[in-house]
Write a protein that binds this ligand. Structure first.
Ligand code: ADP
Length: 433
């Protein structure tokens, strides 16, 4: 009986002990999971807690991975965008270290270095981009100075002496320190065009002074002779006075042409644009030139198409072009030759074209490309007629800059010359066509 009582007590104790152990294990398990999970009240308790924590960890890991991928994508896109901007710059841009090793370069710099993109920039040196040993030395010296002292901007001018690039190019390099590691940003600005313009300006001034001096000297010589009484002989005096008068006219023409050209080139000419019938304009201009043609026994012919000859333009300026081209033909062809002026619409280019063809001496092949340059005169014809060498340049400016037209010449030596210009037809002319 006693034994049975023991057994019952033992059994009850065993059940209680087992239950307590189970309960304690569950509590500890849940607490441990809570600690790992860190979500407090939402935490799942019980035997499934570990699986739950595992799942949450996996979810968190996935979120972190997604955020990292997004951040990487954004960074890469920003880098690509910066690269695109750098590559779009017309100026070559490079980052170098103190030894002149190129660390970064944009597309323009790579082109300058004859480097294809897949070569990578790590092999480039400053000398591949700056093709001038003296400039390289100067840049490196400045770059080293920049890293040591100030953060300022330095500039170096140099001419590129790269055989592969054809004509010499001028650059201005600006250097700026990027950071304390000694990286220097170089921006190369191509100044070839600016220098060319400066050169052309000073060349123009030199040529203009030279051309103005000739008639001035002639006028001054006549005045001096008059003053000193060297022109006592009336015949000689008349002759010298006529020369001085011609020279002063030439001087005035030259100054007028120079002013007109510089106004057009500077964009300050104020053309009075109106509807102009090029047929009537040419007809009237030729009436004024017929006396010159007759004096030199030149057969001056004109062929004007019926209608469709209207353009939008400045009447005075277009008249200058016609008078210059026909005047040249009358000046340079030998006596007894023929000059034909044609005016006709041209469907292909939708313009009205004026052609001046002569049966004169023609223009030597080597002079043709330069014939529209300022002060350019065919040397072998200089004695045939007086001129300034500015007429054709003025014509080109009027036709191309003011009227957006085209002007040209075809000629072979001994076979005469054919000068032509075309101006866009007016809307009314196009509609009538
Ligand atoms: P210029 O005042 O000397 O006539 P232009 O600019 O009008 O100046 O002409 C430039 C040069 O072109 C002339 O000096 C002349 O040598 C040449 N030229 C122009 N028209 C003709 C032509 N019809 N035939 C031959 N040479 C011409």
């Amino acid at each position: 009986m006693l034994d049975q009582g023991y057994i019952i007590v033992f059994a009850i104790s065993a059940v209680v002990a087992f239950g307590s152990a189970w309960w304690i294990r569950d509590r500890m398990w849940s607490r441990w999971c809570d600690r790992l999970d860190g979500r407090g009240e939402d935490a799942v308790r019980g035997p499934n807690a570990l699986a739950c924590v595992q799942r949450r960890w996996a979810e968190d890991l996935e979120t972190i991975r997604r955020e990292q991928a997004m951040a990487r994508h954004i960074t890469e896109e920003r880098v690509r965008q910066s690269r695109r901007i750098l590559d779009a710059l017309e100026d070559p841009v490079v980052v170098i270290d103190r030894e002149g090793l190129v660390l970064e370069s944009n597309g323009t710099a790579d082109t300058l270095a004859h480097c294809t993109g897949d070569q990578g920039t790590h092999r480039l040196r400053l000398g591949d981009v700056v093709h001038n040993p003296v400039a390289i030395r100067e840049i490196l010296e400045l770059a080293r100075g920049l890293t040591d002292d100030s953060n300022g901007l330095r500039r170096v001018n140099f001419s590129s002496v790269d055989d592969q690039q054809g004509p010499v190019r001028d650059f201005e390099v600006s250097l700026r320190r990027l950071d304390d590691t000694g990286r220097i940003l170089l921006v190369l600005h191509d100044t070839t065009r600016e220098r060319e313009i400066a050169r052309m300006k000073s060349e123009f001034v030199a040529k203009a002074s030279h051309e103005l001096r000739t008639p001035l000297s002639s006028i001054r010589a006549t005045l001096e002779m008059l003053e000193s009484g060297d022109l006592e002989d009336p015949e000689h005096r008349t002759e010298m006075m006529a020369i001085a008068s011609e020279e002063s006219e030439r001087l005035a023409r030259m100054v007028d042409d120079m002013l007109d050209i510089s106004r057009i080139e500077a964009g300050v000419a104020r053309p009075r644009i109106e509807r102009v019938d090029l047929g009537s304009l040419v007809g009237e201009a030729l009436d004024g030139l017929r006396a010159v043609a007759d004096r030199r026994s030149i057969d001056l012919r004109v062929m004007i198409a019926d209608g469709g000859l209207e353009v939008e333009g400045d009447r005075g300026m277009l008249n200058t072009v016609v008078v210059n081209l026909v005047g040249n033909a009358l000046k340079y062809v030998p006596e007894g030759e023929r000059v034909t002026v044609e005016v006709a619409p041209e469907d292909l280019t939708r313009s009205v074209v004026v052609t001046v063809t002569d049966t004169g001496l023609g223009i030597p092949e080597e002079d043709l490309p330069r014939i529209f340059e300022k002060f350019y005169r065919v040397s072998r014809y200089e004695r045939r007629a007086q001129g300034t060498g500015l007429g054709l340049d003025l014509c080109r400016n009027i036709v191309e800059r003011v009227h957006q037209g085209r002007i040209g010449v075809d000629s072979r030596i001994g076979e005469g010359a054919r000068f032509w210009f075309g101006v866009p037809a007016s809307y009314a002319s196009l509609m009538a066509a």
